[in-house]
Structure formats: structure tokens, C-alpha cells
Ligand binder design. Sequence first.
Ligand code: C5P
Length: 238
Amino acid sequence: MDQLLVALDVDTAAEARALADRLRGIVGGFKVGSRLFTSEGPSLVEELASRGDRVFLDLKFHDIPNTVAGAVAAATRLGAWMVNVHASGGSAMMRAARAAADGEAARASRPTPLVIAVTVLTSLDQQTLPEIGLEASMTAQVERLAALAEASGLDGVVASPHEIDIIRRRCGRRFAVVTPGIRGAGDQPGDQRRTMSAAEALAAGASYLVVGRPIIAAADPRAAAERIAAECRHVAAS
Ligand code: C5P
């Protein structure tokens, strides 16, 4: 199932490799986030990419444009298939990320990674937005940042499944919406606040689903991934 991306939120390359080996062929790619990247560094990204795995390098860059451009260029050289930045870094930062991905891919004769932006973390909700000085409604804030990402030339956004509809209406069908916060009926929400099942998120128009704990913390990760992939295929066929 191409649209299902598994978050390899583990501490060691050995655990990540073992998960990737069990899940390859069932899922559409692997997400390497700050936990694994900080533990094991870029070589694991290179290793997975050179095996042909699609790697979403989820480091959510948020810095001055020149620094973000350098980081996105480095991710492109590693062979990342998708990278992300925080939309709240602003349009100049996102344009710099776009230019770096395009420029480095051309210079190094590598595929251009998808560059997407995080709108509002799925662990935040309407009650916690004021903590960070945001008085807007969640929907308005997500819509605003998605529109800014699109205007800055990015390929899509990371957003809660609950905001897919508003993003689709504002940014169109070709704009990718990557949705974490996927939980089945029996799964623990953990720190995720705005959740939906995989089938519901796809039916709502998600381009890709990012699933972590419901797969990697399952007693049998392969069976859990197969179950979610089957649920997704069912939606695709209907
Ligand atoms: O374990 P779980 O399914 O909640 O994992 C979701 C993954 O997606 C985590 O790696 C998390 O860092 C990431 N993510 C998120 N919300 C965002 C962006 C990324 O949960 N807005």
C-alpha cells in the first residue's frame, strides 16, 4: 500500500532495520524522524534509500532560510524521498527549501524530494493553541499555513486528518496532504489529539498516512501493517 508510511520511531539502527525488513513490501515507505536521526545519523537514511525504500526525512526544519536550504540540500544528497519544514518558518524559508531541493537534485543528478510543510502539530488542539500565542481557530490556522506553503511552491503539508477537507478546498487536489494521528478503534491515542482511522483519513482525501505506534508498538508489526493496508485498499477500491 503505497500511501502507508511507517514512522520508525525507535532508538537504534538495528531496530529500524528489523522493522523495515519486516514491513517492506506491505507499506509504501518509512519515516525517519528526529529520534532515530539523532541517535543514528544520516547513514541509516542513505542505507534505506539505497535499498530502494522511500524515506520521509521528518526533521521539521525551522530556521533561517539559508540554514534550512543547506539542510534540505543535504537531505536531497542522502536520497530522501520526502522532507519537511515548519510552515510557521514563513514563506522566505519555504521558498529557500524548495529552491535547495530543486537545485541540489539537478546538481547531483538525484530525484527531487517532495518538500512539504508542517501546519500545526497533531498533538496540539484548540485548547493548547493559545499557549503558543495563537488565538485563531485551529481550522483557520491550518488553512492559513497550508495556503502559505502552496504559495511558496511546496508540494503539500502535514496535517491532522480532520483538516484534510479544508486544505483540499483551499489548495486543490494535486497538493499532497500527509496525515499522522491515525488510530484504530482499539488503539491508544497517546499524545495525539486529533485522530482518525486510516480508512476515514483516506476517504477524507489524505495522500499519505503516517502511522507509528499502532504498527511499531504492536505485538506483531507486520500483521498490524497488513491490517491497516487492507483497510486502505478497501477504501481505494470503493
Ligand atoms: O506513533 P504515531 O502514529 O502517533 O506517530 C506519528 C508520527 O508522525 C510521529 O513520528 C510524529 O513525530 C509524526 N508527526 C505527527 N504530527 C505532525 C507531524 C509529524 O504526529 N504534525
